[in-house]
Design a protein around this ligand. Structure first.
Ligand SMILES: [Zn+2]
Length: 527
């Protein structure tokens, strides 16, 4: 009896060895939201190696591992088309703040800023053991800075030739396209025609253009027209990044922004939008609140202008206007510090707090004085509460809008970053799908997966389909939520049970795993 039992065990083990498991992993009983926008259906997803092997209402296996998802949503991993991930990825290669909200691919090189040349950056990323996939745009501002410098003048024809050559090289090195940050120095010194010449070079090699627009406040609509013109005249897809309407006086203009996009699309211009679900933005205090003419030529030139009483007075007027009508949201209490190099204790406090601490009443003009003092001390990153919920939801609903965080990879607990880095995707699913019902679940997932994938030319991910890469997010639609706030930003999203990158589980049981299956993804002209 005993001997035969052992024999039976050996026989079945031998049978297993002779017939290896069909699948490495089987996700059972999920609500499958496949990324296309189609209604969810109940089913199983089988994974072999780094790819999806099968999707059906019932898959028998066998499989090395089976996870019962008990009615949770199985979706493609989210693709974040606009991030500042390179700041933190080497320090935090798990990118836990992103993975824990279902993000499996982060896109770098936003706002006109990227390493130039980009090939060494890609080589570095290839070597890095990371949990997420990463790809990058080329930054027009960085290219211009390398060739023309941080000065307010037109580029010569020779310089333009040189910059076009750098775009072509960057595209062949694997960039996704050209990003611009015409709001920032030195991008702001670039005439539209010059941008179009560089964009055309990226477009010829299959790339797209994405824009941090020149102005999201009083000149918002001129800027939308400029972004559209870059796509239309440059002959390439173009995208308004982190679409927003800044400044109380401009609220409501999302109607016109979307009308211009619809009109352009109706005449065949391939223009789309991305957006994060918060009514506050984040960038440096200098970029947001100091006029570009003060910043021209770099830090020493800026400090010299702030020293000379005439130009200091003129700068103060410009800063006061930007607090009143633009990023300052009309009140120094609407400007919050994310981090200050010269005084870490300021993180989380407001410009009104600091103005009072410096012995001044928190008026706009006094705050303008303090802004100049901040820049003299070395500068801060800021958070700017200057948008309306109505504009936000109107833009979010538009079918040409996808979700992107504009966030980074913070070191957990360090400084007071914008909560979008931890919460963007979970917030859309918790607040705008479940609570406010602004979007259907399937539409929200499409905006996070198949839509950005198609936009970027990623034909091997972004949808749940046999043969595509197994980047997958599993979450409970009843409990998914963001927990990061403007005062307590270091808080992970909740509701996700499993996240897979290239077939490997990178997050489960509330913890990041040891797997680092993230890859570098390249653009269409990569040799
Ligand atoms: Zn930006």
């Amino acid at each position: 009896m005993r001997v035969s039992a052992v024999f039976a065990l050996l026989a079945s083990a031998a049978a297993l060895a002779a017939q290896p498991a069909s699948y490495d992993l089987l996700l059972r009983n999920g609500r499958i939201v496949d990324g296309s926008g189609s209604a969810w259906f109940v089913g199983d997803v089988a994974i072999r190696g780094d790819a999806i092997a099968a999707i059906a209402s019932r898959i028998e296996g066998p499989a090395t591992r089976v996870i019962d998802d008990g009615g949770r949503v199985i979706a493609p991993g989210f693709i974040d088309i606009h991030t500042h991930a390179r700041r933190g990825l080497s320090q935090v290669p798990t990118a836990a703040n992103y993975v824990r909200q279902g993000v499996t691919t982060v896109i770098e090189g936003p706002d006109g800023s990227s390493p130039v040349p980009i090939a060494p950056f890609f080589a570095q990323l290839e070597k890095l053991q990371k949990s997420v996939n990463i790809a990058s745009f080329l930054g027009q501002g960085s290219i211009r800075d390398a060739v023309v410098g941080s000065t307010n003048r037109k580029a010569t024809p020779e310089e333009i030739q040189k910059m076009v050559g750098m775009v072509e090289q960057g595209m062949r090195d694997g960039a996704l396209g050209l990003s611009t940050g015409l709001f920032y120095v030195p991008g702001t010194f670039t005439p539209t025609e010059e941008v179009i010449e560089l964009a055309r070079a990226a477009g010829k090699l299959g790339g797209m253009h994405e824009s941090h627009q020149r102005d999201d406040a009083a000149k918002l609509l001129d800027s939308v027209n400029e972004t559209i013109a870059i796509g239309e005249k440059g002959g390439l897809p173009t995208q308004i990044s982190h679409a927003k309407v800044v400044g109380v006086a401009n609220w409501g203009r999302s109607v016109d922004l979307l009308r211009l996009v619809d009109e352009a699309r109706a005449r065949g211009v391939d223009v789309t939008i991305d957006q994060y679900p918060y009514t506050a933005s984040s960038t440096s205090i200098a970029a947001a609140l100091i006029p570009a003419w003060v910043l021209e030529g770099g830090r020493d030139a800026t400090l010299a202008r702030l020293k000379e009483s005439g130009s200091r007075e003129k700068a103060k007027g410009g800063i006061a206007m930007m607090i009143r009508d633009e990023r300052g949201g009309g009140d120094p209490k609407n400007v919050q510090f994310a981090s200050c190099s010269f005084d870490p204790s300021l993180a989380g406090k407001t410009l009104a707090d600091l103005t009072k601490a410096r012995g001044l009443a928190p008026t706009i003009r006094n705050a303008a004085e303090v802004v100049m003092w901040i820049v003299e001390q070395g500068g801060c990153q800021g958070i700017f509460h200057a948008m309306s919920e109505r504009d936000l939801t109107r833009i979010l609903r538009h079918p040409a809008t996808m979700i992107a965080s504009d966030g980074s990879i913070p070191v957990f607990g360090e400084a007071n970053p914008h909560p979008r880095s931890y919460g963007t995707f979970a917030r859309v699913l918790g607040v705008y799908v479940r609570e406010k019902k602004v979007l259907a679940l399937e539409e929200a997932i499409r905006k996070m997966t198949a839509f950005p994938a198609a936009r970027l030319g990623f034909t091997d991910r972004g949808l749940l389909r046999p043969g595509l890469k197994a980047d997958i997010a599993v979450f409970d639609p009843a409990t998914v939520r963001d927990t990061a706030t403007f005062t307590k930003p270091h808080a992970y999203a909740e509701g996700f049970s499993h996240v897979l990158v290239n077939g490997q589980v990178v997050f489960e049981n509330g913890e990041m795993t040891a797997a680092r299956p993230g890859r570098v993804l390249y653009g269409p002209a990569k040799k």
